[in-house]
Design a protein around this ligand. Structure first.
Ligand SMILES: [Zn+2]
Length: 284
């Protein structure tokens, strides 16, 4: 019995030593049960699937055929504050309906980084479409920043079960902020009105210092390079071609000042980051 206790003690000690040495070697590595604070501050792109999509509905170079796009949402971590830009998709039925491939539940992606849905306190919704707002129900505690036009459109959709009731609960618990002007959510982190893709579509800008910043375009642009060259959305994918064009002028200004242009669908986004966990890419 005594020998067994000694063995147990030595075993426990060895476990403590080995886990602390792993932490020293890999300060940024996070495991499934990690403390959220182990995910370092910064901006992340999260890939949750891919899709074949018509070139006629994107700012593609060619209007023929289809292209494979990735499905992304973004996470900004600033200390204990976790802000999502869009939400991915929660419902398997929506995944099937739209032919999404390689789908990963946003909940699962986040938990692999040690982030519980309840840790997400804020969500910027760039627009109401299924691949952007389809995971909203996973975050009942989060405050949503959205424009009224897209909130109204979202209420008429069916991206997840009991959508209408869940959105009503959000309203009653005062978790919706309907934006009527651009808003600075954190220092130099701003929500911008665009209104080119949908009536209430938004973009997000994070400026760090001169020559360093990020512009998340929502679906005002699908492809980064054509976007930087001024190629806007075709009429079929635009609520307002004019608003989209004006946004592209702003893309041009920021891009020429050194900001990184990030869309929600271009695989090029991922090659600009480092994959710190499966499907989670650190951009900054
Ligand atoms: Zn989209």
């Amino acid at each position: 019995m005594f020998r067994f206790r000694i063995f147990l003690l030595l075993f426990l000690l060895s476990q403590c030593t080995s886990s602390s040495s792993v932490e020293k070697k890999e300060p940024n590595l996070v495991s499934a049960n990690a403390n959220p604070s182990l995910l370092s501050d910064g901006l992340y792109a999260i890939r949750y699937g891919k899709l074949l999509y018509s070139n006629q509905l994107m700012n593609s170079e060619s209007e023929e055929g289809e292209s494979e796009i990735v499905l992304l949402f973004y996470l900004l971590k600033l200390g204990s504050r976790i802000i999502l830009i869009d939400t991915g998709i929660s419902s398997k039925e929506t995944v099937r309906k739209f032919g999404v491939q390689d789908w990963v539940s946003p909940e699962r992606s986040l938990s692999s980084a040690g982030i519980l849905p309840s840790s997400v306190q804020e969500i910027v919704l760039t627009h109401y479409h299924f691949d952007h707002a389809g995971g909203l129900d996973l975050f009942p505690d989060a405050k949503i920043y959205v424009r009224a036009q897209d909130w109204t459109a979202l209420k008429k959709s069916n991206w997840f079960p009991n959508l209408e009731r869940k959105l009503l609960l959000k309203e009653r618990s005062k978790k919706i902020q309907l934006l009527d002007s651009s808003l600075e959510l954190a220092q130099n982190f701003r929500i911008l009105f665009t209104g080119g893709h949908t009536a209430g579509s938004l973009a997000v800008e994070w400026s760090l210092h001169p020559g360093k910043g990020f512009l998340i375009t929502g679906d005002e642009c699908y492809w980064i390079d054509p976007c930087k060259k001024g190629k806007g959305l075709p009429k079929a994918a635009a609520f307002s071609v004019q608003n989209n064009k004006e946004f592209l002028d702003y893309v041009d200004v920021l891009s020429s000042q050194g900001s990184m242009i990030l869309t929600m669908h271009d695989p090029q986004v991922l090659s600009q980051g480092k994959e710190v966990l499966p499907g989670i890419f650190k951009l900054y």
